[in-house]
Ligand binder design. Sequence first.
Ligand SMILES: [Fe+2]
Length: 273
Amino acid sequence: MIDMDEPAPLHDFVTADAETASAVSDSGPADSGPTESDPAVAGCVQAVVSGAILWLDPSGAVYWPDQRALIVADLHLEKGSAFASRGRFLPPYDTAHTLDRLTRVIRRFNPTRVICLGDSFHDPAAGGRIAQTDLARLATLMGQRDWIWVSGNHDPAQVHPILGASVGEWRAGPLVLRHEAEPDGISDLSGHFHPTALVATRARRVRRRCFVHDESRLILPAFGAYTGGLNILTPAVRRLLERGFKTWLIGDRRLYAVPRKRLLADNSRVTDR
Ligand SMILES: [Fe+2]
C-alpha cells in the first residue's frame, strides 16, 4: 500500500542538506519566468544533472529555468475510466484532479514549454473517454505554450487528434528527455518507474513519492492521481543510479532529503508502471 498521509515525524530524517539546498522564497513572479527569490517557487530544491540546473518542485514537477520548461511524468489521465471499463470503480475525478494540479504548477512557473515524459494517458483509448470539459482544459493549456508529448509504454501513439502527435524523446541542452531511463551513457530525465522511497521514522514506516538523481540522471515521480509506485532500491531502478545518488521525498509543501542509509527496501507489489 502507498501511504500518502503527511507523516508528522518527517523531520526525523531531514538533513542539513535539505535545510540549505537552495530552498527558494521571496518577491513576485516576473514576466521572464520565476527567479530563485520568487515565492511561487518556495519549497523547490535545486538539482544539477550534467550541468543543467533543475528545480525540483514538491508537486512532482521539474522546472528548468535555462529552457523555461516545465517537465512532468506519468500523468496517467483517464486511469479511473480505464478501471471502470473493466468493472473496477474508482471515483471518476482523477483526470480533473490531475489537470487542476497541472494548471496550478503551470501558473506558478509560467513556462514557455511543457514536456510530458510519457504515460500521459493511461491507455491508447483514453482519448475516446476523456470528458469534453477536461479535453478543452487541456487544449487551452496547450494553446498557450509549446507542448511536447513524449510517448510512453501506456500511450505509445497519439490518443486524440486535437492533442497532436507524440515524440519518442526530446533533446534539450545536455539532456535527453524520455519516458524510461536507459543505461546507454546519455544523461536523461525520465519517469516510468513512479519512484517511491520507504523510510523508517520513530513512529512508523513512511512511503512517499520521490525524485531520485545522480550526476547524470534524474527520475521524476508520477504526477498523476491513482498512480502506484516502485521502491527506488528495487534493482530495476537502483541499477540505473550511481552510488552517490540523492533522494528527495515529497512532502505536502516541501521536499526532504533522505540519506541513503535511511532508505528501506521492501517487497511491495509493483502496481502499474
Ligand atoms: Fe507510468
